[in-house]
Design a protein around this ligand. Sequence first.
Ligand code: SF4
Ligand code: SF4
Length: 243
Amino acid sequence: MPKRQKIRRGIILVTFLLLPAIFYYFSPYLIIMGASEGVISGSFIMFGILFLSAFFLGRGFCAWVCPVAGIQEASFLARDRKVNNKYNWIRYLIWVPWITIIIYMAGTTGGFKKVDFFYQTVFGFSMPNVYALFIYLIVVITTIILSFSVGKRALCHYGCWMSPFMIGGRKLRNIFKWPSLRLRVERDKCIDCKTCTKNCPMSLDVNGMVKNNKIENPECILCGTCIDLCKKEVIRYSFSKGL
Ligand code: SF4
Ligand code: SF4
């Protein structure tokens, strides 16, 4: 495994191990609870940061930081099945009603009146009681079941409530052509070995994207696996404006 990928996997394994202490900051439920009390909670702030981060880093968070990514990529060792990217719209069946509930809750309490980053935590840590432990276990077990039954990073494709913020931020960035971390290709160097496609953790047809010179894809998490495994150095990172 290339060194950069070892480092990346090491980072997401550590953030996964920290998940019991930090999962309230990514909680889709606490943001609703906070909204019902007029409080901007830690997860509200975190989702806002993810949206803004996508202007410059695309979905880099998903590959390099996300605490649920570590357990999903660890599952590759046992089950390395590709996911069908055709059904990624399923995530919006969860996301749209969820956002609607948050707006409704905030509306019924007269809007947000207070910011509390540590809302519902104990000295900043999640897991204040046995119910939180139960929720944590449900999240972990569901993620593992999805990885094994549906495929690689299935939660990212079909169930992640955070990815639409980054996909939205990335879309804005593309519209305004802001400089950002991206992939760049030199397609003439490609020998069609398909190593990139075979190893993409998001099950993308990277080889096809290279051949069509369309490497920009909302599902790309900028993990760099395709860069590190391509022997012909066809793909590289670039901090630049869109084409
Ligand atoms: S790994 Fe490199 S050479 Fe092989 S198909 Fe992908 S881009 Fe082309
Ligand atoms: S296209 Fe490359 S950088 Fe993007 S998710 Fe796939 S392997 Fe990672």
